[in-house]
Design a protein around this ligand. Structure first.
Ligand code: GLN
Length: 446
């Protein structure tokens, strides 16, 4: 634990991945684990882990990278934190991200700009950019991220690591600061596939505190990891390999396809015709849910409060105006509009209907295939500032990951090559609750 903090401190001035370090508590916890000793089954005991700053941690500052929560120290732990402690893993600190997980480059953080671990002039991706950079930069072997539209997979791709967004319901969301509740999932970000599966083992399971968590047994996700892909049927959606995707990125995915064929899998082209509406649907659904979820930040119950207010209305308005950054405000405005009377049917309701069509396309393909693969993101990591003032370009960066959240499916990113010296990710999409097969395909490729 001490050596890990030394490494973090040596690299942090360049990477800027952390918002808060948890040094005192982590060292005390490590000493306790040393004293108690660990058993052979306790495979994760003593392993340092980083926590994205939208996951609530008892007695540890939790900001969601927002000024709104600059002073929020929770009085309870998220369910995933209880599981982290049960596994005797050691939380080293809280990781930078886009404000309230809204963004794809970690540039909307109120606190700092995390850098890509491969090139400090490039974005680390987002919103789990701090998690990805910390793992890729050798600060930590594992970090927790969250993924609403791609926020685990895209930064994993941009930093050349393994990132898993499990099936919706696999991991409890209790204690995750809600962005879009029907899309959000927590998941592990690691250097290897096996590490990822081990951490998923520890985090998964039904939780009575999250009514959307699934009442299913949790398999051992490392089982069959090395069984290979011989006989597997893998689909490649043509819409995910064409327009809007950098041809050099698709070339890396073509190489992965050739590898799978050489290893004995069948790889065939399919169509997911409604996925092209994914980005539009997402920005209505996610912003609508966000506008509702973020109502709790009223300047009264917790978080930032404006000073010298005239009356209660002034308190609400000024606390929210001063506490939220521009991207968060953009989403609240868009979501409030989509839900407002007179526009609800044309926007929110319509988006929910098309969301069902996106899901049905996946159901059809999974009748015949075990997995779907594609690039994770349309480009490698871009330069800091390059897309910051261009929300539409930024939003299109998630076109390959968003449909997976809309359908509630598990999706992961594994490194699959380089373009101009920057890593590119292969996205592997699985059937609901079949993370095991995804890991097997990822491991075979590794
Ligand atoms: N980049 C997407 C957004 O800005 C996805 C974010 C996420 O998955 N949390 O909303």
């Amino acid at each position: 634990t001490k050596a890990t903090f030394d490494r973090i401190k040596a690299t942090e001035p360049e990477l800027e991945a952390f918002i808060t370090l948890n040094e005192e508590k982590a060292l005390a916890q490590a000493a306790e684990i040393d004293k108690a000793g660990i058993s052979a089954e306790d495979v994760l005991a003593g392993i340092p882990i980083g926590i994205k700053d939208n996951i609530v941690t008892e007695d540890i500052l939790t900001t969601s990278a927002s000024k709104m929560l600059h002073n929020f120290t929770p009085i309870y732990d998220a369910t995933v934190m209880e599981k982290v402690y049960d596994a005797n893993m050691i939380p080293m600190g809280k990781l930078n991200m886009d404000e309230f997980a809204m963004g794809g480059s970690s540039e909307t953080s109120y606190y700092k700009q995390t850098k890509n671990a491969w090139d400090h002039e490039r974005v680390p991706g987002g919103s789990s950019g701090g998690s990805a950079a910390a793992v890729a930069g050798g600060q930590l072997p594992v970090a927790l991220g969250t993924d609403t539209g791609g926020s685990i997979r895209q930064p994993a791709a941009f930093n050349g690591i393994v990132g898993m967004k499990p099936t919706y319901g696999r991991i409890s969301r209790y204690g995750l600061i809600a962005f879009s509740s029907s899309l959000d999932q927590i998941g592990p970000m690691t250097r290897t596939v096996e590490d990822n599966a081990l951490v998923l083992n520890a985090l998964s399971g039904w939780d009575k505190k999250d009514s959307t968590s699934a009442q299913l047994d949790v398999p051992d996700f490392t089982k069959g990891l090395h069984d290979g892909v011989k006989g597997m049927k893998i689909a490649v959606p043509k819409e995910y390999m064409g327009e809007g995707i950098d041809p050099e990125v698709t070339a890396q995915v073509e190489k992965a396809i050739a590898t799978y064929r050489a290893l004995g899998a069948t790889v065939e082209e399919v169509s997911l015709p409604h996925s092209k509406y994914g980005v539009e649907i997402y920005y209505i659904v996610a912003s609508s849910e966000a506008s509702s979820n973020l109502q709790r930040f009223d300047g009264i119950r917790y978080g930032y409060r404006a000073e010298n207010v005239k009356d209660i209305e002034d308190l609400y308005v000024r606390s929210r105006s001063e506490g939220f950054g521009p991207e968060v405000k953009r989403r609240i405005m868009l979501g409030t509009f989509s839900l407002s009377s007179g526009f609800y049917d044309a926007h929110f309701k319509k988006a929910c209907q098309v969301r069902t069509l996106v899901k049905r396309d996946f159901d059809e393909v999974f009748k015949e295939y075990d997995l779907i693969i594609s690039p994770t993101a349309p480009t490698p990591a871009y330069k800091l500032g390059e897309n910051l003032n261009d929300p539409i370009t930024m939003y299109m960066g998630d076109l390959l990951t968003i449909p997976v959240n809309l359908a509630g499916l598990p999706g992961m990113s594994v490194p699959c090559g380089l373009v101009d010296g920057m890593p590119v990710g292969l996205q592997i999409i699985g059937k609901p609750f079949d993370e095991t097969t995804m890991y097997r395909a990822a491991q075979a490729f590794e």
